[in-house]
Design a protein around this ligand. Structure first.
Ligand SMILES: Cc1cc2nc3c(=O)[nH]c(=O)nc-3n(C[C@H](O)[C@H](O)[C@H](O)COP(=O)(O)O)c2cc1C
Length: 219
């Protein structure tokens, strides 16, 4: 049976750039840095937005968009509520996959690997840098729980704004116990460049015994 909304005519041809396994950087973090800088320079909106996929103990997956807040040789960092659905998933199944899609450059990057909680002092360092409303939001939201209605949220927002008034100081709102960071330490990083006729370039770095091997994957 055909789907009721048929989108089979929606397609793009990719021809902006190419990617060869002999041209990439020696390690994927450096390659990611180059592509991330190019995404920013190309004006990609929220270039640090990424789809993060986790799975529960039975392997049932869930995906959501998060903001990358830092990266380096140790991994890729994001901040969230540890009691959210993703937090529950990571507690029982500490692995994730991340996808960046930068359509303006016809590129995606896929990372997979184990995830660890960042030490609390990383959250203590980052939390005060968030705007006041976002810091209050971390108290207001019981992330991923069912709530009765919008009014419930707004009433809690008013309650916490009263409890922790905006003094203009970064420490006017304390860091909630259940809020903090995670780090995905990639075991594989794939750089995907769209090419004509679906003959895309896929270059994947795979880590074994601390060294990165580069291979080309079939599109
Ligand atoms: C562009 C964008 C950025 C987001 N960044 C974050 C983030 O950094 N941390 C976060 O907890 N939620 C972020 N969210 C909300 C998440 O997508 C998600 O709704 C929330 O984390 C709950 O996910 P969960 O129920 O799967 O745990 C973002 C949403 C969008 C669209």
């Amino acid at each position: 049976m055909s789907p009721s909304t048929d989108l089979s005519h929606l397609r793009e041809e990719y021809r902006r750039a190419d990617l060869d396994e002999t041209d990439v950087a020696g390690d994927p973090i450096e390659q990611f840095r180059q592509w991330f800088d190019e995404a920013r320079a190309a004006g990609v909106r929220e270039a640090n937005a990424m789809i993060v996929s986790t799975a529960d103990a039975e392997g049932r997956p869930a995906s959501r968009t998060l903001l990358l807040k830092g990266f380096g040789a140790a991994g890729f960092d994001f901040f969230t509520n540890h009691e959210s659905r993703k937090g529950e998933h990571l507690a029982v199944n500490p692995r994730a996959a991340i996808t960046f899609f930068w359509p303006e450059l016809e590129r995606q990057v896929n990372l997979r690997g184990p995830v660890e909680r960042l030490p609390r002092d990383e959250a203590e360092r980052y939390f005060p840098q968030r705007p006041y409303g976002s810091r209050i939001g971390a108290w207001v939201s019981r992330q991923s729980r069912e709530i009765p209605n919008r009014e419930w949220l707004e009433a809690r927002d008013a309650e916490y704004r009263g409890k922790f008034p905006d003094t203009g100081s970064p420490d006017d709102v304390p860091l909630p116990d259940y809020w903090g960071g995670y780090r995905l330490a990639p075991e594989s990083v794939e750089f995907w460049q769209g090419r004509p006729s679906r003959l895309h370039d896929r270059v994947e770095y795979v880590q074994t015994d601390g060294t990165w091997r580069v291979r080309r994957l079939s599109p």
